[in-house]
Design a binder for this molecule. Structure first.
Ligand SMILES: [Zn+2]
Length: 163
């Protein structure tokens, strides 16, 4: 038996002013995207913004539905939109922000498990790490790769097998 250990490092910033300008701008876009969320059931408005290697920024927001599982998270609405509108473009970074009852959350809102799985696959397809920036009213956390949030992603279905 071998015992193994994982170490994940990430950066914590006290405010947007400390962030590199490109990330601060992306987080601002994610925060603005919360305004376009449709969350009448949870009142939890999430926004996501993805920076592509062609310079485009694609935003998404959570979209709820009366048939509850039919709704979709902000992160997946953004990455699926990016994949559909700009196929082949690499996703370099994603920023996420959330408001509850109108106010920015006190702590960072991390992508849910399903979104992590979707994002890690785009990261793998792009072949470059996707930086994850999660904002809140009290701090901003930055992860160098989606894999830092999902180190054991499901990836056993090789794309070449699926053709
Ligand atoms: Zn999600």
């Amino acid at each position: 038996m071998q015992k193994k250990q994982l170490n994940i490092s990430y950066q914590v910033y006290q405010s947007k002013d400390e962030l590199p300008a490109e990330w601060a701008s992306l987080l601002q876009r994610a925060t603005e995207a919360t305004e376009r969320s449709y969350a009448p059931y949870s009142n939890f408005n999430v926004g996501a913004a993805i920076l592509l290697d062609n310079g485009e920024v694609v935003c998404g927001s959570n979209q709820e539905n009366a048939a509850y599982p039919s709704g979709l998270c902000a992160e997946r609405s953004a990455c699926y939109y990016a994949g559909a509108a700009f196929p082949g473009a690499r996703m370099l970074a994603i920023a996420v922000a959330a408001r509850q009852d109108g106010k920015l959350t006190e702590t960072p809102t991390y992508p849910c498990g399903a979104c992590r799985q979707a994002l890690v696959q785009y990261e793998n397809r792009g072949g470059v790490p996707m930086t994850v920036i999660v904002g809140s009213a009290t701090r901003i956390e930055v992860f160098d790769s989606v894999k830092d949030l999902l180190p054991f992603a499901f990836d056993n279905l090789d794309e070449s097998v699926m053709i």
